[in-house]
Structure formats: structure tokens, C-alpha cells
Design a protein around this ligand. Structure first.
Ligand SMILES: Nc1nc2c(ncn2[C@@H]2O[C@H](COP(=O)(O)OP(=O)(O)OP(=O)(O)O)[C@@H](O)[C@H]2O)c(=O)[nH]1
Ligand SMILES: [Mg+2]
Length: 267
């Protein structure tokens, strides 16, 4: 069993903290140990049992008050501060054994995943410490139900994937809020070229849109896993994909009953 981490990324309000809370409950019901940490220095509230919390090191509130920064600048400052004090995080993570899976609930400030290199530097540290990391990019289903928004959501996810260079899963949250037909249309998309893209009356713009979608296709970036936090099966499916990405449990010893000897043997 290796040291494994799910890194929960995505735009503000997309449902990251709600997902980790549902995941924690799902794992507890199944007798599996996971630990969820808050890495959002601007978090107000969340419903999960927190293993450790970046706000014990630095918080947006304190930075805004002491340095008189605005909320965005303070958030970036907090992430830079975390990187400068990365041993704090290492100590927190090392409290847990290899068979205890860690889930890191990150901030939703989108520049962290697009043009700043903060998350990439952070991920590089996790890799150096020997963690297998999978990124889950959570996108709100209600934001991708028309072609223009679908392109925008796919591009955001692609930026994150290219920045972090990690095994990457796209998760469509709040599936309970969208019409089943609309949802299935998104989930059925196998390649970007199949999306109806004549968004403009200007053929030049439509050609540009198609080129963008071809780019997204080149990275096989259009498939989403559906998440409905009220549906255990959807959480189990996402967990299975994440486990596969980090090879969780693949080296686990298989125990079989030794009928003749009455004891257990290893395979
Ligand atoms: N109906 C429904 N609402 C959801 C779901 N997931 C999240 N929400 C709601 O969406 C809002 C934002 O959810 P959060 O989990 O706080 O989102 P977040 O991505 O952690 O937000 P930030 O930490 O601010 O980036 C909350 O009001 C949630 O109750 C879902 O699957 N279904
Ligand atoms: Mg959150």
C-alpha cells in the first residue's frame, strides 16, 4: 500500500467541500479510513471532520486584517506562505500511515489552477515526499449544460491538468440539479467534435471554436464522471476511478483462509 492523496480542485462553489464530506461519510460507512484536510485558507465552513487545517498556519482573514490585502491577494499570499513553510504540511501529513488515504480540499480561486504555478510547486513537493496523487477537477453540472459553457469548463479543466501534470479526473457535481436528458447528453460526449458548435453567425468564429474543441480532443479531455452527493453509487464510482489512478490497494497482500490449517495464509 502506498501513500495516496486525492487533490480536490475546481472553481469556487463547484462543490469540492461537499464532495469530500460525502466521500468521508461513504468511506466511514464502508469501514475505510480516509482523512480529509482543509487546504483552503479562506474557508468559512465545511461539514467534514478535519484532519488538519491550513488556517492553523495561515488564513485569509488574518492576512486581510494584518496586511490589508483584498480577499484574492490574501488567498494567493496564504498559498505562497504555505509553500515557504511546507515542512508544516509535511509534518501534518506524516502523522498518517500508508494505509490511511488523504484527501486535500483545496481553494477554488481559479488562477491557482490556470496561470499561477503555486499548485504545481505544491504538487511537486507531494511527489518528492513519495505520495501518489490524483487530481479531481470538480465542475458544476449546471455550468456546462450548453455548448459555450461546456467549452469553457473543458478548457479550465485542461489548464489544470497541464499545470499539475497529475493523473486527472473530471467530475461533474450537482447532477441532481440538472435535467436527466441534459446530463446524459454531456455524459455521452465521447469527443469534442461531436458537440454542436455553431455558436455564432460568423463562420470564422465557428472555425475558431472547432479548433479549440479539436485541441481539447487531442488531450481526451471531455469525459466527466457524474457526482450526485445523495447517491452512494456515484461516490463509489468516483472513488474507484481515483483508486485506480493512484493504484490504491494494488500491492495489498491478499489473505486467504487456510482451510486445512485453520489459519490465514498470504498470497
Ligand atoms: N444540490 C446540490 N448542491 C450542492 C452539491 N454540491 C454542492 N452543493 C452546494 O453548492 C454550494 C457550494 O458547495 P461547496 O461544497 O461549498 O463548494 P466548494 O467548491 O467547496 O466552494 P469553495 O470552497 O468556496 O471553492 C453549497 O451551497 C452546497 O450545498 C450537490 O451535489 N447538489
Ligand atoms: Mg470548499
Amino acid at each position: 500500500m502506498g501513500k495516496c492523496v486525492q487533490l480536490i480542485c475546481g472553481p469556487a462553489g463547484s462543490g469540492k467541500s461537499t464532495y469530500v464530506s460525502a466521500l468521508q461519510e461513504h468511506c466511514a460507512n464502508g469501514g475505510r479510513r480516509i482523512h480529509v484536510a482543509n487546504l483552503d485558507p479562506g474557508a468559512d465552513h465545511f461539514n467534514y471532520e478535519v484532519a488538519f487545517d491550513i488556517r492553523d498556519l495561515v488564513s485569509v482573514e488574518d492576512v486581510m486584517e494584518e496586511l490589508e490585502y483584498g480577499p484574492n491577494g490574501a488567498n494567493i499570499y496564504c498559498h505562497e506562505y504555505l509553500l515557504e513553510n511546507i515542512d508544516w504540511l509535511k509534518d501534518q501529513m506524516e502523522q498518517y500511515d500508508e494505509d490511511e488515504y488523504l484527501v486535500l480540499d483545496c481553494a477554488g480561486q481559479i488562477e491557482l489552477y490556470t496561470h499561477l504555478d503555486i499548485m504545481r510547486r505544491f504538487v511537486n513537493d507531494l511527489k518528492l515526499w513519495g505520495y501518489q496523487v490524483v487530481a479531481l477537477f470538480i465542475v458544476d453540472a449546471t455550468f456546462v449544460t450548453d455548448p459555450a459553457k461546456f467549452i469553457s469548463g473543458s478548457l479550465l479543466s485542461l489548464s489544470c491538468m497541464l499545470q499539475l501534470e497529475l493523473p486527472h479526473l473530471n467530475v461533474l457535481s450537482k447532477c441532481d440539479l440538472v435535467d436527466e436528458k441534459e446530463l446524459n447528453a454531456i455524459l455521452d460526449i465521447q469527443n469534442a467534435s461531436s458537440v454542436s458548435l455553431d455558436l455564432s453567425s460568423n463562420p470564422k468564429l465557428n472555425r475558431l471554436t472547432r479548433s479549440i474543441m479539436d485541441l481539447i480532443d487531442d488531450f481526451s479531455q471531455v469525459s466527466f464522471l457524474p457526482l450526485n452527493v445523495r447517491d452512494e453509487d456515484s461516490i463509489a464510482l468516483i472513488l474507484a476511478h481515483a483508486d485506480h489512478a493512484v493504484q490504491w490497494g494494488e500491492n495489498e497482500e491478499v489473505h486467504v483462509k487456510d482451510d486445512e490449517g485453520g489459519g490465514e495464509g498470504e498470497v
